[in-house]
Ligand binder design. Sequence first.
Ligand SMILES: [Zn+2]
Length: 843
Amino acid sequence: MYPVRKQTFYMLFFAFMFAVTIIMPVSGTVQADETPYNPVPYEEIHSILEEHEDESDRVSVEVIGESSLGHDLYSVVISEPEDDLEQIKAMREEMIANPEEAEDFIEENPDFKVPFMVNGSIHGDEYPGTDAVLQLIDRFAYDNDETTEHILDNNVLVFNVVNNPDGRILGTRQNAEGFDLNRDHVTLSQPESAANVDLITEWNPMVFLDLHGFIIRSNESPGLIEPTTGPHNPNYEHDLYLEHALDQAEAMEAELVANKQDYETDLYQNMEGTHIPYRDAEDGWDDYPPIFTPMYAMLHGIYGHTLETPNNSVDGVKWHFDAVMGSLKFASDNKMDMTKNQLDIFRRGIQFDHPEHDDGFFPEAYVLPVDETDPTVTEKAVNNLIRHDVEVEKAETSFTVDGDQYDAGTFIVPLDQPKASLANTLLWDGEDISDQASAMYDISAWNLPELWGFAAIPTDSEIDIQVEEAGELDIQGELIGDGPYEVPNSSVAAVSLVNELIQNDIPVYRGENGHFYVESSNGDTLRQAVEQSGITVNTASIPDDAEELDHVNVAVLQDGGQHGIRTALQELGFAVDEIEPQQITENGLDGYDVLVANGSGIDDSDAYRQNIHTFIADGGKYIAIGSSASNAAAELGLTDADIKTGARNSNGVVNVNYKDTSLTAGYDDQDVGFVYNPVWYTNIENDRVIASFADQDLFKAGFWEDAEAAQGQPVITKGNHQGVTLMGLEVGFRDHPEYLYRLLSNAIYPGDETILTTAAGMKERVERYENDGEFEDASAARSLSVHLEAVSHYEEQEAAEKVIKHVEGFQDLLDHQQANDMISEKAFNILNHDADALIEKWQ
Ligand SMILES: [Zn+2]
């Protein structure tokens, strides 16, 4: 019996939905007619599934997690009533652990069943995916035709029905946190992607189909089905995947074409095939980064495919339905050979036998030493690896490898394991692939050790010691001695601890060395917070230069920038509000201490500009991150540096020279950074520069063809006012480069970097302004230069009083020049402010 479905038509909901439906901006995109349809609202899905579970003995429904807004995520498993699902899961585990025995077993028992997984609408506004999943569930719950029998004889169907409830409800691609879940499979920062990964590792499916929209490369071949073009992630056993993936894609294509007479619109009735990037394109649709769900699944040895339906319509739903049917028929007919290739992937891993890879591509193992004082980052990494189903070992004794000694308790990730490809892709350094393609679809470097900030040392030596399997970690911190105490500026957890203490009214001081200090305390609050943080906090004297930290209120400009900045600030423990530019125009920034901008958002009004300048003049801090925000800062007159940008979508891990300032406390002189749409600053004096791209070999991994242009160029600078900081590094990108988050907290807390201005730097600025025609004549500039030369002389002698006296004289001269129209307003304002800063510095 079929359940009756109520489909309420929410007029406003759909009006909005069609307004946000966008054909993806790829080359050769063709617009086509769409027949509007009523996607099943999220709110109705639960009762639909419950009814199927009641009516059909093939269906089991489970809640597998919650979205960021707290909406349930549902898995539906469809199998023959007599199937023992626990036994099928156990057999999949056995296949991974013992692939050779498993191969013998399946040859003797060819009636084995394979899990086949379909993921519905990970992008919330790509509605047809979930609707197709619901129709597939409807069909396989009740039908008894030959095709159904054949498919259920060979497969267990596993559906993640609606992977992004927030997005389906809100009509957005992202979840309610603003995260694109189909970019989150390395970090697992969002509950929806984590639940997806848990479902994958629970079932270890043979096939994984991810249902998206909307692509029309040509009217003859609308839609898109992977496999992809290159560059391919070299960690794959790609030959074994490809042996069946292309055939499977063509089977889906054939099923679409075979059913074309049943579609409603011309586009579909006339289709001759679909776009298969591997077959039909040179590059531009790659499977390089494991952030995409099917690419991630491939690293589990799964046949992963992204499916892009042509458009948001009844036909678009049917397109997904038919494509999945094509794949199911193919998998049913080919499960033996497909499974054998999967087993071979696991066997290659376990036996360290990689015929398609150069010797040495995979190290024998990674060694993850644990920092005694602050183990929090390694702890997070180990827990992440375990959640990814990567085997992690813990040394039971101390040991030496490659001449270095490691303590008992050190973690080891051996690469002779079934999911070696996945382990290596999470821990390797990455590579420079700038010459491998004309364009990349998304990020091209993601390695966790550098971007999270933990050591993972590859070794080609064998580590022959006693180990135990590592389980999930929950390390307790410890407060040692009678205080006062030092909290190291070593991790996000450390900064979060500091902010928690401040919010609990426990005074915290920050030394010029960048570390934090707390007086001894009788109460339990400090001890409990430290224990929870995972950090060992030792007794140490508070340096004389330490300054007490105030509670700060941070505003983040909501402006369509790369999502993640707000999350990064929250993880650092700051109180954060997301505000719109319009709010600044109307209300100013009263009540906020810091404004962080990470996109192009700006309100084009005098009031906006005036309120930003007032905020900064009153001591507010303005932090601009990335190219759009840097350009916006220049438009607002907050910097007079030139903003230079690399080719669009260039991205990767870079080498950065960090100057020794409090803004860079906790980073080495030569350390890493991360860029996405790289930006750097020129026409800027040295006393504004906080960090520069390395002078040579700046690019470590990723895709950035014209990186040489940025070599040695400033990438973190101060603006015209010391309260303004510009960062070319994408420090909060998608909750990923956690190692760089402390550049934000360092910029937010007070520190010596707030006044880097020197008379020498001002003199260079005067020369630049003279070249730019900011002075009436050369003599005006010359007299300022002569004055600054003297100040510089006293600065070197550290003669504070004389510095101040002569800077005051310099300001008199500026006033005189301004009164006589000898200097532009811009040059006057900037130099006058510099002079104020210099006086403040030497007072
Ligand atoms: Zn999509």
